[in-house]
Structures are given as C-alpha cells and as structure tokens.
Write a protein that binds this ligand. Structure first.
Ligand code: FAD
Length: 381
C-alpha cells in the first residue's frame, strides 16, 4: 500500500457497503465502516425492509468476483418462473426463460448482509463500527460528524475519502445535494408470512415467485429456506382499497377473503402481523452529481434508490462495486475513478429505476390479463 494511502470510510454496512468494503480491502486498502444499527449478528433487529430478495445475474456476478457466489447459492432458492394466482380458478405458470437454467434466486437479506460483513472483516482490513450514526458530512473536506448511539457522544472523522452507502435516506447524499429528487410511490408495503407446512414442506410451488395481481394493488410471495414464504402486500396509502381503509381486523379479513382467498388460508398470523409490522415506503431517487472530487462518492441506494418491482436495487448496487473496482484497478487517482464511475453508472441506474416503475404495472395488472398470458405462452399448473 502506498505511504500516502488516504483514510477510507464507508458509511453504512448494508448490502452494498459491506460488499464495497470487501472489494476495497482486496485492493489493499484499510477501511472503516460506520453503521448506525447494532450488529445484526449479535442482536435481533426490528423488522425492517424485505426479509428476502431476488438476486439475479448482475448481483451473482459481483459475488463471483470475490469468490462468494458459490456459498450464497447454497442458501438461495431458484425461482424459475411466476405463478399467477387469480381470485378464482386455476393457477397459471409463466416461466422466466426458455429452460430452467434461466432463473432468479430468492435469498434471505439478513443472511446475505451478515455473510458479507463477516467476509469483509475476515480480510483483516475492514473494521465495522456499529451504533455509529453519521449526522453530518462536509463532503469537500472529507469530514464526518458521527454520533455514537451507545454513549451519546459526538466525534469527527477528518480527512477521509467517504463512500456513501447509507441507503435511500442517505445522510451523505443530503450533505452533497439537499435538493436531490425523491419520488415516493403512492403505494406502501407490508410483509406477511406463510409458515412451512408439515415437516418443513412448502405449502405452494417452491421454485417460483408467486403473484396475486389485482390491478391497483398486488400480493407477492418468495420462498425461504425453512419452507416458509414471505408475502409482500403492495397497496395504495389512501383510497377506497388502501392501507388507510384497512383499519380493523374485520376489514382486513374481509379484504383478504375477497381478493386473496387462497393466500388467506395459508397466513394464520394475518391480523397479528398486519397490525404489528411497520408499513414500508418506497422511493425512486435520481440525483447528480454522485461525487465531490476524489473525496466523496455515493453508491447503491444512496445514489439510485429504486422501487422493488424489477428486483434490481441490490443487484444494481452490487454492480456499482464491480465497476468501481475495475476502475480502481486501472488507476489510483480517486477523482478520475469517481468521475468515470458516475459517467458509466448514472444512465444505467436511471434506466433501471424507470423500468422498475414500469414493471409494477406489468406485475400488478398485466400478469393477470388473459391477452398477456396468451402472448407469453402461459401454462396452467
Ligand atoms: P441499505 O440496504 O438501505 O443499507 C444502508 C445501510 O446504511 C443500513 O445498514 C443503514 O442502517 C445504514 N445507515 C443509514 N443511514 C446511516 C447513517 N446516517 N449513518 C450510518 N449508517 C447509516 N433489490 C434487489 O436487488 N432484489 C430484490 O428482490 C429486492 N427486493 C426488495 C423488496 C423491497 C420491499 C424493498 C424495499 C427493496 C428491495 N430491493 C431489492 C432493493 C434493495 O433492498 C436495496 O436496493 C438494497 O438494500 C440497497 O442496499 P444499500 O446497501 O445501498 O442500502
């Protein structure tokens, strides 16, 4: 490592920050990661964002570069197509590709995040400090104000290169450009559980992403390793059929009975989970620039949060790590690398974010349309 090696600080030990710190460590850098939450390997965290997610070629490629794909795939469940659940009648199966090799994978977010943190620390060059919330950033000077949430004390980290991987509500982005566009979706989401059947069996087709398309709203379910499925209900915030209209257990049960009768029969904790769990927000973030000189760079959701309907938010953030790593392999000049990174990634990220919004319409609506099913050569299951 050169003697003038700058101090590197990654803000956020989520999926992208953890993988990024591993990539940086493999280039010989020493990295400090500041994470506002407690260590999820030691403490159970409150239910937050999606329990599982779909990892596809883009994300797997990023894991392969650092030798982690094989282990990740051991914990993943291939989803080879979509199973469409109508209100009444037969289920329909839409394969994702021409054969079973073309599939996406359902993977536990918690497992993946913990795995990446452990792998980063195992390099001996990454130290993750938990309960450390960045409250302010001077992005030109490379100064971070950090609140230690255990002691309540505030300190400053000075003269550092800052990688902002602190998610869609990024404090680093806020310092860089307070005017960044955030487009909230008019829908929120709620997670519900279909538990495993007898002996840990799957109560629906295991190797599929399940969709209950209903036009203005939809339910989806992804399989978990233990035989359960995590369902996500996407519903408008306001209106006649919305989170606002489902205020009582009776209203919720009647809604599920009318719209998702087969799912209702499989979710014994419907009322308890619905009223106990938080309702999540979804947002598209488009902003520029993502960088200040060679001092600060945004990656992952901090740079380009997108709605989840294309299943590409994390995948895209993982690809950020691959692209930055390839640029750093060619040059040690941080400023030049950051500039090229943004030029390469911004257009792609914006395009994927737009496709994610478009795919919401396909998933919640067209997947259940008989003309669409005919076009896609849908089979009955
Ligand atoms: P995050 O995962 O948000 O991590 C940010 C980290 O920074 C967190 O650990 C947070 O605690 C920490 N942090 C935040 N602020 C501070 C601060 N001020 N100081 C210190 N630390 C801080 N993507 C896919 O690819 N496939 C999917 O199937 C998929 N499904 C999804 C389903 C849902 C319902 C949602 C909401 C998203 C889904 N996504 C999916 C998107 C995916 O979750 C995100 O793109 C991904 O989590 C982005 O990772 P990140 O590390 O950039 O941000």
């Amino acid at each position: 490592m050169p003697s003038n090696e700058p101090k590197l600080t990654v803000v956020g030990a989520g999926l992208v920050g953890s993988l990024l710190s591993l990539y940086l460590a493999r280039r010989g850098h020493t990295v400090e990661v500041l994470e506002r939450r407690p260590d999820m390997r030691r403490e159970t965290l409150d239910a937050g964002r999606s329990i599982n997610l779909a990892i596809s070629t883009r994300g797997l490629h990023a894991l392969r570069q650092v030798g982690l794909e094989e282990e990740a795939l051991k914990h993943a469940i291939p989803m080879r197509g979509r199973v469409i659940h109508p209100v009444k009648g037969e289920l329909a199966y839409q394969p994702y590709g021409k054969d079973d090799s073309q599939h996406i994978n359902s993977l536990s977010r918690g497992w993946l995040n913990q795995f990446l943190m452990t792998q980063a620390e195992a390099t001996g060059r990454v130290s993750i400090r938990f309960r450390q919330r960045v409250t302010q950033a001077d992005v030109s000077a490379g100064t971070l104000t950090v609140l230690d949430e255990t002691t309540g004390e505030t300190r400053e980290v000075r003269d550092t290169v800052v990688f902002g991987t602190d998610g869609s509500g990024s404090a680093v982005r806020q310092a860089l450009q307070p005017q960044a566009t955030q487009e909230p979706l008019g829908h929120g989401y709620k997670e519900l559980t279909i538990p495993p059947g007898p002996g840990g069996s799957f109560q629906m087709e295991k190797h599929a992403l399940h969709i209950w398309p209903r036009g203005a709203f939809m339910l989806i379910a992804l399989p978990n390793e233990d035989g359960s499925f995590t369902c996500t209900l996407f519903l408008p915030w306001k209106g006649p059929l919305s989170f606002a209209s489902l205020e009582t257990p009776a209203a919720l049960e009647a809604f599920f009975q009318e719209q998702f009768p087969d799912a209702k029969a499989l979710i014994p904790g419907l009322v308890e989970e619905f009223f106990a769990r938080p309702t999540g927000h979804m947002v598209t973030v488009k902003c520029a620039p993502w960088r200040v000189g060679g001092r600060t760079l945004l990656l992952g959701d901090a740079a380009h949060a997108m709605v989840p309907f294309y299943g590409q938010g994390m995948n895209c953030g993982f690809e950020d790590c691959v692209v930055l790593d390839a640029l750093l392999a060619k040059q040690q000049d941080w400023e030049a690398a950051f500039q090229t990174f943004e030029a390469l990634r911004k257009t792609n990220a914006d395009a994927i974010a737009d496709m994610a919004v478009e795919n919401f319409i396909e998933m919640r609506d067209s997947t259940g349309d008989p003309r669409f099913l005919l076009e896609k050569g849908v089979e009955k299951v």
